[in-house]
Design a protein around this ligand. Structure first.
Ligand code: ATP
Ligand code: MG
Length: 200
């Protein structure tokens, strides 16, 4: 059966922490593809994200170019308002009726799954894989997950990369190097579009 990874995020900008967990997931779970799904607006970041969704998608596109196993799915950009994972997973279930879906997250994101819209439905639509992210241990993440959702989540250990988009934005604003934290093409696009220069 075809196995497809679904990786939602703000990707403001995409960095090697994201790319490594997508690659780990592909490799370990024998996924045929990983679809990156930039949100229109994260329900947890309403009013906070200045970079347009179209630009964040373009950053993803540049970062994954040349990897035939990685793709961009822009479905959330076509919907107005906050992007709910449950809606994305419903749409992908229709698009790929017989594939097994795997939703990828870091430990920090999955810890809050109890606050998502319809989390019970989310875990029936996709198997959740939570990768270790430096700063949030598996037990800390499990502590946040309501008991009835825990069976839908597989925790995956990895040597996590301690990189965040917040750190990248702060470095750009301060005029500091982001080389080797994000792909070269992402740096070029950040420079071309003059992103992250002013305080949001
Ligand atoms: P920000 O600092 O703006 O919140 P971020 O680096 O956390 O950005 P997001 O777009 O918020 O990136 O994250 C999308 C998904 O990727 C989430 O599930 C998050 O847990 C995961 N993720 C991001 N960075 C890492 C990392 N370094 N290691 C593991 N998972 C990560
Ligand atoms: Mg985040």
């Amino acid at each position: 059966m075809e196995k497809i990874g679904v990786f939602g995020g703000t990707f403001d900008p995409i960095h090697y922490g994201h790319l490594r967990i997508a690659e780990e997931a592909r490799d370990r779970f024998a996924l045929s593809h990983v679809l990156f799904v930039p949100n229109q607006v994260s329900p947890f970041k309403v009013g906070e994200t200045a970079t347009t969704a179209a630009l964040r998608a373009e950053l993803v596109q540049v970062a994954i170019a040349g990897n035939p196993a990685f793709g961009l799915w822009a479905g959330e950009l076509e919907r107005e308002g906050p992007s709910y994972t449950v809606e994305t997973l419903r749409a992908l279930r229709i698009k790929f009726p017989v594939a097994a879906l795997y939703f990828l997250t870091g430990t920090d994101a999955v810890r809050d799954i109890g606050k998502w819209r319809a989390p019970e439905e989310c875990i029936t639509l996709a198997q959740f894989i939570a990768f270790h992210r430096p700063g949030v241990t598996e037990s800390e993440a499990r502590f946040g997950v309501p008991d009835h959702l825990e069976s839908g989540i597989t925790f995956a250990q990895m040597n996590g990369l301690d990189i965040s988009s917040t750190e990248i934005r702060e470095r750009v604003r301060a005029g500091r190097s982001i080389r080797y934290l994000v792909p070269e093409g992402v740096i070029a696009l950040i420079e071309e579009k003059k992103l992250y220069r002013v305080v949001e």
